[in-house]
Write a protein that binds this ligand. Sequence first.
Ligand SMILES: Nc1ncnc2c1ncn2[C@@H]1O[C@H](COP(=O)(O)OP(=O)(O)OP(=O)(O)O)[C@@H](O)[C@H]1O
Length: 234
Amino acid sequence: MLQMNDITSGYGRTKVLHNLSLSIPTGKVTAIVGRNGSGKTTLIRTIMGYNKLHSGTISIEGKSIERQVTAARARAGLGYVPQGRHIFPDLTVAENLEMGMNVSSDVPNRKLLMKEIHAMFPILDERRRQKGGTMSGGQQQMVAIGRALVGNPKLLLLDEPSEGIQPSIVGEIEQHIVRLRDRMGLTILVAEQDVTLIKTVADICHVLDMGRIIATLKREEFAGTDALEQHLAL
Ligand SMILES: Nc1ncnc2c1ncn2[C@@H]1O[C@H](COP(=O)(O)OP(=O)(O)OP(=O)(O)O)[C@@H](O)[C@H]1O
């Protein structure tokens, strides 16, 4: 689905990712795990076009996107759920979702898509008139995911979806990620520090350290083992 080759990127002249190559397979959940400051957010922001690319190439389904602005990348099929969610607190849930529609005006059957999103996240319909800022952290995460989904993405980028969310609700987020893959056929990239979440949802996991991928593990190598904990020195 997405291919990054030999990427170096960062903030202004500061380089954070170093010669990083990554392949995100279609229909799978790919996880990026790494400690604070390892570069997870920078990686996702680089894919979205928010960070300066010093060198390297990025393509979606074989089409090069590294010269495109963020809006064009979203139209090419990227959906972004930022760390900290960043929903609009004074807008209602329905208005937050409408903001996501601006990303792509050419969704073929928006009504059907909305129906699918509401079926997956009934709370987005039940609470459509509630202000986003009055929802719980877990509910806001669902609003942020819903807002990305109304753009009809092929690849959903989730930046630390468990952050600041009650452990009891993290399980719900995990189930949603699995359903997004299995029922909506989405390809997902999730950046996380929560090893339990990764073990539950991921098909493949890359360990990021100081802007470099230091290990790549298949599900059978990390799901029932402590390989990820060892890499993270937990
Ligand atoms: N706006 C910025 N300007 C300069 N450097 C930055 C900026 N944002 C992040 N960095 C630096 O880039 C490096 C990677 O940060 P990044 O946020 O990508 O890591 P992360 O793995 O997502 O961490 P966390 O889990 O804490 O969110 C860090 O050294 C950080 O200090």
